[in-house]
Design a protein around this ligand. Structure first.
Ligand SMILES: *[C@@H]1O[C@H](CO)[C@@H](O)[C@H](O)[C@H]1NC(C)=O
Ligand SMILES: *[C@@H]1O[C@H](CO)[C@@H](O)[C@H](O)[C@H]1NC(C)=O
Ligand SMILES: *[C@@H]1O[C@H](CO)[C@@H](O)[C@H](O)[C@H]1NC(C)=O
Length: 436
């Protein structure tokens, strides 16, 4: 099951803290053994200030109350460093926490810096301390505090590189707090900076774009407009280049987003092109499914891949998000993906064949005959196709034979077809049964 797990590749492009939600997901899915996941968490935590959390995991992993010496030592280091940073940042923090004093700030960075220095003897050292403190708090897992003070810091910071670094921190903190609207704003801010002409070297710019795409996946698969967002971003030349240069695995997310996004069907062709170009660098059941269907017209292959796609989605931390609906826990994206994928199979099939045996189609769609028939009826009714069902021979007959069945809709004919179909269903079939 872990065959198609991208976590290791993803983690290399994420902040450590952003990897935790992925590990939590993998743990819940039991894709790896519990000790493996807990070890990974401890390794991850060793690079943060979340020592108490690491200790808890260590205890639970080894079934003991003892913790290793280095964790104890690290804990006291963290506590004392936090104390000294707290002291260093105190004057500026006190200022920022006082609503009356904050009113003295204006939307003018130079003025503010000057004013703080003149009236409150708060200079570059205190401003720097605020950054260090906020960063340290982030490492402690105090994301709300970090977000607040990284924001304040940016308003006073004159060093471009530092300001960008603070923005990355703010973005991560908002993601971790699941503030998707704010995270989206910060993402846009960061993107604008990264895309600006004077941003660092081209190589650095490329790396920043790759990071940005990875981080943004959290937003794209949680924010209500994210499914358009990912398509808009990933298909931009510069970002698509970045994917094709050094982040091929992102094609899984782009492909999924295109499949489930009915309004962006027009991107399918471009997507298939990229998938084909990159097939030697990256493939998974999702990209293979599209390739089977649209490059090789291999329906059996596509059908097989679809079964694997379902597993990939269920086991992917971004795609397999669980949602409670009443007493059920569902994965909405899974259902949407399968529905759309079946539609793709069906449409492609209909493009090549004029007359389709429903039981054959049922098999292709992995449905029972009745299910398939109902499904087709719904399709016809919802104006997707010009087709009629001949229930005597159990076939679906395409009444137009155009390349794009979608474009050929004749409303009146369809109503008529439906009635004819129902008539046949109610009269012809009982008659046949009686004859038998
Ligand atoms: C975050 O840090 C601030 C300042 O030290 C503290 O007052 C607050 O309790 C911390 N919050 C959490 C959740 O640890
Ligand atoms: C790029 O130029 C803009 C406008 O001149 C400036 O505001 C920004 O700080 C610059 N960015 C970098 C990274 O130097
Ligand atoms: C067909 O669907 C059933 C459940 O509805 C599933 O168990 C089976 O694996 C599927 N088989 C194929 C070939 O799609």
């Amino acid at each position: 099951m872990a065959d198609h797990d991208l976590t290791a590749l993803m983690a290399a492009q994420l902040d450590r803290h952003l990897v935790f939600p992925l590990l939590e997901f993998l743990q819940e899915r039991q894709l790896y053994s519990r000790p493996e996941i807990l070890e990974a968490k401890i390794r991850l935590l060793s690079g943060t200030n979340m020592v108490d959390y690491a200790m808890d995991i260590h205890k639970s992993l080894h079934g003991t109350d003892d913790v290793p010496e280095d964790m104890v030592k690290r804990r006291s280091e963290v506590v004392s460093r936090l104390r000294s940073l707290d002291e260093a940042a105190a004057p500026l923090v006190a200022f920022l926490q006082n609503p009356q004093l904050v009113q003295e700030l204006r939307p003018d960075k130079q003025y503010n810096i000057h004013m703080l220095q003149e009236r409150y003897q708060i200079g570059p050292d205190q401003i720097e301390a605020l950054y260090q403190y906020a960063k340290f708090q982030f490492e402690c897992g105090n994301y709300s505090w970090a977000a607040e003070y990284l924001y304040q810091y940016r308003a006073l910071c004159t060093d471009t590189e530092r300001s960008v670094s603070a923005l990355w921190g703010k973005l991560a903190a908002e993601i971790l707090m699941q503030n998707w609207d704010v995270a989206l704003e910060e993402f846009n801010r960061l993107k604008e900076i990264i895309d600006s002409k004077n941003f660092s070297s081209p190589l650095n710019q490329l790396q920043n774009r790759i990071w940005l795409m990875h981080w943004a996946l959290f937003i794209f698969f949680n924010h209500e407009n994210g499914r358009n967002g990912i398509i808009d971003l990933f298909f931009q030349d510069r970002y698509l280049n970045a994917i094709q240069t050094n982040a091929h695995h992102l094609l899984r997310y782009l492909a999924t987003a295109v499949v489930v996004n009915k309004r962006r069907r027009n991107m399918l062709k471009e997507l298939i092109k990229v998938i084909q170009q990159e097939q030697h660098s990256y493939k998974d059941p999702i990209t293979e499914f599209l390739q089977c269907l649209y490059v090789n017209y291999d329906f059996d292959g596509a059908q097989q891949k679809l079964v694997e796609c379902e597993q990939v989605i269920l086991n992917d931390p971004f795609l397999g998000k669980r949602v409670e609906e009443g007493n059920f826990v569902t994965v909405p994206l899974r259902a949407e993906f399968l529905e759309n994928a079946r539609l793709f199979i069906f449409e492609t099939y209909c493009r090549i064949h004029r007359c389709i045996d429903i039981s054959m189609l049922a098999q292709r769609l992995n449905m029972s005959y009745d299910e398939a028939e109902l499904w087709i009826m719904n399709l016809v009714r919802s104006s997707k196709l010009d087709a009629r069902i001949d229930s005597v021979s159990g076939t679906l007959i395409m009444t137009t034979n155009h390349i794009n069945v979608h474009e050929q809709i004749i409303e009146s004919m369809k109503g008529l077809n439906m009635r004819t179909y129902m008539l046949a269903k109610n009269i012809v079939e009982p008659a046949q049964q009686a004859a038998r």
